[in-house]
Ligand binder design. Structure first.
Ligand code: PRP
Length: 180
């Protein structure tokens, strides 16, 4: 069993995700036409989305990874963003796109944008597959959003609870008894 039994219901199906990713990729490809995009997926959650996104782009791109953590095994951000692994090259004069699976309080992306701005990229934008606007604690507006989701504990397609469920091909709402 891959954890499906712990999901109360499907919020975004595999087919819906495919269509959302294609739509985001088309918008990005159009905006960066003629450019070479430097993509930074924020691990771990974004690895599934990023893998599908880069293959749906019609422009050249490079990829490097950054790993952060602020949730641990809890369901609320600690507010403390820890860089577990930094990217391994300069951002100077690059068109940088940060790729996230989910934007929640905004703490992670605000922190990362401030950090990356100091590295003098030519441009810096943010793409998130999911956005939970109700949970915002700091003011943050992403450049590309796949879709907004309600304030439910969701897992799958890269999103975890306690490191599990990332491999579900759809996004579902976790049964409360799993995390309560
Ligand atoms: C999740 C998600 C984002 C962050 C968003 O990561 O991938 O990076 O939380 O939340 P925020 O807007 O409240 O900062 P998490 O810390 O769970 O690590 P993971 O990507 O390894 O699952």
């Amino acid at each position: 069993m891959n954890g499906e039994q712990d999901v109360a219901y499907t919020l975004v199906s595999e087919e819906e995700i495919k269509s959302i990713v294609a739509d985001v990729a088309a918008r990005i490809s159009k905006d960066y036409e003629g450019k070479n995009l430097f993509i930074i997926p924020v691990l771990k959650g974004s690895f599934v989305f990023a893998a599908d996104l880069v293959r749906a782009l019609s422009i050249p791109c490079s990829v490097d990874f950054l790993a952060v953590s602020s949730y641990g095994a809890g369901t609320k951000t600690s507010g403390n963003v820890r860089i577990m692994k930094d990217i391994s090259c300069t951002l100077e004069d690059k068109d940088v796109l940060i790729v996230e699976d989910i934007l929640d309080s905004g703490v992670t992306l605000s922190f990362l944008c401030e950090m990356f701005k100091t590295r003098k990229p030519k441009s810096l934008k943010v793409c998130t597959l999911f956005d939970k606007p109700e949970r915002r604690r700091v003011d943050f507006t992403p450049d590309y959003v796949g879709c907004s989701v309600p304030d439910e504990f969701i897992v799958g397609y890269g999103l975890d609870y306690d490191e599990k469920y990332r491999n579900l091909p759809f996004v579902g709402v976790l049964k409360p008894e799993i995390y309560q």
